[in-house]
Design a protein around this ligand. Structure first.
Ligand SMILES: O=C(O)CCC(=O)C(=O)O
Ligand SMILES: [Fe+2]
Length: 425
């Protein structure tokens, strides 16, 4: 990030105040970025990340990826033989697209070689497999493979390199949000919004996807009479006004056909549904950074409010009611206030360390997190703003912080002090 982009981003958030996601106009087309040579990180930040708009990058951006050569046959089909040889024994999660379980699909686990055998049979049977329509989803290829097996599968595009979510999990060494999706024509992902209101990026290694994207807030008109969101936004029932009373007021989605090799940026809080138009393999990451961390925090507060409403009748009779609400929130949304604080703390401390090393003149390139100093300063500003909101939130006062080190207020004070010294940088 350069100084000018940092200034533009800081201005954007100063103007944002407590503005949250939503209310954007419907878009009719998506921006297409043809040429890596003429599209800078600053262009991405100001054109797409800050305004929270999707864009498609041409296949030229992923031309050098090893997966685009080795995972694909010259005819552009999945290279089943290579994938089986390389990763056949890896156990992968597989969803059954034909079975609805709430607003998702039931998943099972199987060795990749079994899934690939199923897939080839499915093609031969023209889609009429007795096993149904199975979709390999959320395979943690990076987490579950050796460095050697990853070879040069992909290179993280610099546009997506400020990624606190994966940085956090890498620091803890237990998990990540880096996935591979693979499935025959006809496999699909039901209507959803990404975890924690994260961004996602998606590259088709082979095949094509049709995306139906709804700007934040537009999903509200798609709720049924009970307030639930649909499983499939293309199903004919949506036009039944008795079931979906506000559907008439909804805008059509932004429809994008993502070709082989192309890379799609999915902004924060955009609901979407995705259909594989061919036999398709994709690499998809979820990510959060200084530009959408406030969306994540807002989402967490909404989730807690929803839990409060659900269990309000026990508030006066249950001694640990607030604690239980946090436990429920964690099981429903994957994170609670304590873990969110910990996430901010880990990311903040890494940036404080970079600045300290910079001051001492001991900063090596690897230690700068590969982000550059301006990005570090921008991140600290965002962390400070969100942390200030967390530590003053009434429900955070119920969290037992006695074992936290540093204490939340102490960390906030430290961030503010450092930030005051960085403005001239
Ligand atoms: O490709 C798919 O089926 C779903 C991908 C998705 O939802 C995402 O990348 O956010
Ligand atoms: Fe998604």
């Amino acid at each position: 990030m350069d100084r000018e982009t940092r200034a533009a981003a800081e201005r954007h958030f100063r103007g944002a105040g407590s503005r949250v996601l939503g209310g954007g106009p419907a878009l009719h087309c998506v921006a297409f970025i043809p040429d890596p040579c003429t599209f800078s990180y600053a262009d991405f930040v100001t054109g797409f990340l800050l305004p929270n708009l999707p864009c498609v990058f041409s296949s030229a951006f992923t031309e050098a990826w090893g997966s685009r050569r080795r995972w694909v046959t010259p005819a552009g089909k999945p290279n089943f033989e290579y994938l089986e040889r390389k990763y056949g024994n890896v156990v992968v999660p597989v969803a059954n697209c034909g079975v609805q379980e709430y607003n998702s699909n039931p998943k099972e686990h199987m060795p990749l070689q079994d899934y690939l055998a199923y897939w080839q049979d499915y093609i031969q049977l023209g889609g009429a497999s007795p096993k149904g329509c199975l979709y390999l989803k959320d395979w943690h290829l990076c987490r579950d493979s050796s460095a050697e097996d990853l070879e040069d599968v992909f290179t993280l595009p610099m546009y997506f390199s400020s990624d606190w979510l994966n940085e956090f999990w890498d620091a803890l060494g237990v998990d990540d949000y880096r996935f591979v999706y693979a499935g025959p024509r006809g496999t699909w992902s039901p209507f959803h919004v990404d975890i924690f209101r994260s961004y996602s990026w998606s590259v088709n290694i082979c095949g094509r996807k049709k995306w139906l994207l709804f700007p934040p807030g537009q999903e509200e008109a798609l709720r049924d009479k009970h307030g639930s969101l649909p499983y499939d936004v293309t199903c004919p029932e949506l036009t039944d006004t008795r079931l979906y009373p506000t559907h008439l007021h909804s805008s059509p989605p932004l429809e994008i056909t993502q070709e082989a090799g192309e890379m799609l940026f999915v902004p924060s809080g955009w609901h979407h549904q995705v259909h594989n138009l061919d036999d398709t393999i994709s690499i998809n990451h979820n990510w959060v950074n200084g530009c959408n961390v406030a969306h994540m925090w807002h989402f967490l507060q909404q989730e807690l409010d929803a839990v409060h409403r659900e269990v309000s009748q026990w508030k006066d009779s249950m001694p640990d009611w607030h604690h239980h609400c946090q436990v429920i929130m964690r099981s429903c949304s994957g994170i609670n206030f304590e873990e969110f604080y910990h996430f901010l703390k880990v990311i903040a401390e890494k940036r404080l360390l970079v600045l300290e090393q910079e001051e001492q003149g001991t900063l090596g390139h690897s230690a700068s997190l590969g982000l550059g100093l301006q990005q570090v300063v921008f991140d600290l500003g965002r962390l400070t703003e969100v942390l200030a909101s967390v530590v003053t939130h009434p429900d955070f006062q119920w969290v037992d912080t006695s074992t936290f080190s540093p204490q939340p207020q102490e960390l906030l004070g430290q961030l503010r002090a450092v930030l005051a010294t960085t403005q001239a940088l």
